[in-house]
Design a protein around this ligand. Structure first.
Ligand SMILES: Cc1cc2nc3c(=O)[nH]c(=O)nc-3n(C[C@H](O)[C@H](O)[C@H](O)COP(=O)(O)OP(=O)(O)OC[C@H]3O[C@@H](n4cnc5c(N)ncnc54)[C@H](O)[C@@H]3O)c2cc1C
Ligand code: SF4
Length: 340
């Protein structure tokens, strides 16, 4: 019987697999996509150092290869069943099931679908895109971002908290990384196109991590990016493709309008659909934000209410790469002590 099955080959799953392999355990990784790396493989540069995300993925790909870790790609895990003897049976899209002594769920998150905020015009207006679209563009070609209609970008606005901290979307929680991503992307845009005026519309700025506050200062002092405490209510398209934003300045409680050439929506993180499926098949407790609830946030951050079933990474809630890798390292310790 396999010692540990890891569901998800994002950075959390891969890091845990490497560490458990090094500790002498037999591991199997199951990943639904055709490549490993999870969401990070789509990012261009990573805050706060602006290191190339590709470097991180290449590093982990090499670690998996060197160790000869078994990984099945294109394998969607449908359900986890705990057996009477305490072991687990994992059912997948391959129509084969696997048996193991313990399981690590490392299924991460999915991006909020910006089309659910109809009033922002994503998928309707060609100059409205998401933070993830912008990352993917820069990842494919590091060149200056050109608007879909080749229109010069004189003014660009970033909208924070899209699908997070938002009652209408059903997501009350903060996605933690989108404020600093907005600052990083706004600086990158200014570096590529210094003449562009850049505005960030925020509700609160969450600059919690090392180097974040410094980036925020740099954005204002070096690049002249304007941060406006305001809430966007509606977007309309002008005949030339530019966008009119109707918003409220939440400091002065006054409505205002501004025209921009491009709008970037800072989409948040949501719990994967798989999490709800696992919760049903294995009775895992989820928190009110629908992410998996750790058994004890302080003392057992990787354990779940099901003995032998652990978590690693952003399946417990929004996390940065740094926080994800810390969580995956503690998952290794938790599983090791369980198997002993
Ligand atoms: C726009 C944006 C930009 C970001 N930029 C940065 C940054 O610059 N720096 C930084 O520190 N953080 C950044 N982050 C956060 C970063 O993406 C996360 O920290 C990281 O992806 C978490 O890794 P993970 O392995 O936990 O989850 P994921 O990356 O979500 O990986 C989970 C994996 O599980 C797989 N999976 C899911 N369900 C199943 C299933 N049922 N069966 C099999 N496989 C499954 C998925 O396909 C995926 O490969 C950003 C986030 C966003 C939204
Ligand atoms: S990190 Fe910033 S943009 Fe993201 S949800 Fe939290 S406050 Fe909003």
């Amino acid at each position: 019987m396999i010692d540990v099955i890891i569901i998800g080959a994002g950075i959390a799953g891969i890091d845990t697999a490497c560490n458990l392999h090094d500790a002498g355990y037999d591991v199997l990784v199951l990943e639904k996509e055709k490549s490993m790396g999870g969401n990070v493989q789509h990012w261009s540069t990573l805050f706060p150092s602006k290191r190339n995300a590709h470097e991180v993925i290449s590093y982990y790909t090499e670690q998996v290869r060197k160790r000869g870790i078994t990984m099945y790609l294109n394998t969607f895990v449908n359900s986890i069943k705990k057996q009477d003897d305490g072991s687990f049976e994992i059912h997948t899209s391959r129509e084969v099931s696997f048996k193991c002594k313990s399981v690590i769920i490392a299924t991460g998150y999915s991006l909020f679908n910006a089309q659910r905020k109809e009033e922002y015009g994503y998928g309707i207006y060609s100059h409205v895109l998401t933070s993830a679209d912008l990352e993917k563009h820069w990842q494919k070609q590091s060149a200056e971002f050109v608007s879909p209609t080749q229109k010069p970008l004189n003014k660009v606005a970033f909208i924070h908290c899209v699908g997070s901290r938002d009652e209408k979307s059903g997501n009350h929680y903060c996605s933690k990384v989108c404020c600093v991503t907005a600052v990083k992307q706004a600086i990158t845009l200014k570096q590529q196109s210094p003449h562009t005026q850049v505005f960030c519309f925020y509700m609160d700025l969450r600059m919690y991590g090392p180097g974040f506050e410094e980036m925020y200062r740099e954005a204002q002092e070096k690049w002249g990016i304007q941060f406006i405490r305001g809430r966007l209510s509606e977007v309309a398209e002008h005949i030339d493709g530019s966008l009119q934003l109707k918003a409220e300045d939440t400091l002065s409680a006054r409505p205002f309008k501004i025209s921009v050439d491009m709008l970037v929506l800072m989409v948040g993180m949501e719990s994967q659909k798989s999490t709800a499926m696992f919760a049903e098949s294995c009775n895992i407790t989820c928190a009110s934000n629908r992410f998996i609830q750790p058994l004890d946030h302080h003392l057992q951050p990787n354990a779940t209410n099901v003995e032998g079933l652990f978590t690693a990474g952003a399946c417990i809630g929004p996390l940065s790469v740094f926080d994800t890798l810390n969580h995956s390292k503690s998952a290794t310790l938790a599983v090791t002590s369980y198997l002993k």
